[in-house]
Design a protein around this ligand. Sequence first.
Ligand code: PMP
Length: 286
Amino acid sequence: YDDRDGYIWMDGEFVPWRDTRVHLLTHALHYGSAVFEGERAYNGVIFKSLQHSQRLHNSAKIMGFDIPFTVEQIEAAKKETLAKTGLDSAYVRAIAWRGSEMMGVSAQNNTIHLAIAVWPWGDYFQDKMKGIRMTHAQWRRPAPDTAPCNAKAAGLYMICTLSKHAAEKDGYADALMLDYRGQVAEATGANIFFVRDGAIHTPTPDCFLNGLTRQTVIGLAKDRQIEIIERAIMPDELPTFSECFITGSAAEVTPVSEIGEHTYKPAELTGLMVDDYDKLVRGQPI
Ligand code: PMP
């Protein structure tokens, strides 16, 4: 991704894409002290942009630092960066991190940096509408007193990359992560939903990100009077569901056809959520 034309917004100014540098002794590189957002723009408008900027601020607070730009400034910077790319549909990555003045676990006085990069990004999964094949992850989401699970923090993705790589090695697109209690949690970069008897079931987000897409899809289902049940879901329930889909800003609403030994057939409710989400993000009537 480093060898491209264009500009990245960095600490208040545009820097040519290839010239965006951080020092080797950046705290975030050594100790995972970065928070970020993944967003999508449709027809030139970033979907739920304000909520993403607010979550970025909140993630930083949870990680013990303040971003030296207000939510409003971040909003303006994202808009400006998107406009500068000239793209209608794009992925937006905002990231804030502890800089390089101090080296060691402590980084009390390090400068907090902020950057925003925008690039074209198609579907998160190949052949996504066929339904993706998932396997079981070997890593579990940590307890809320083990890791700051409400922050979209870089360090939390270590087990996601490990799980995703293991899945891909075996020919799967993604992996289902359980939590520290053994309950169904989420995919490596998206929340998960199941369908049974006309109702949608999804795990309570008490140790993983309550995704903005997750919240949007719950709203869309409610608008259609579809019953939504947030609860603890145990893995032994996986064979009792008929449909499954995952949600995320990058993944959007992606049907799932398989989780390990269990198969699902994307059907009416998955289709409705895919279509409703598609219309909503593009500002079309549902
Ligand atoms: N869980 C994880 C681990 C993620 O990386 C994401 C993507 N940000 C989500 C859930 C979904 O969050 P959102 O819908 O806000 O993109």
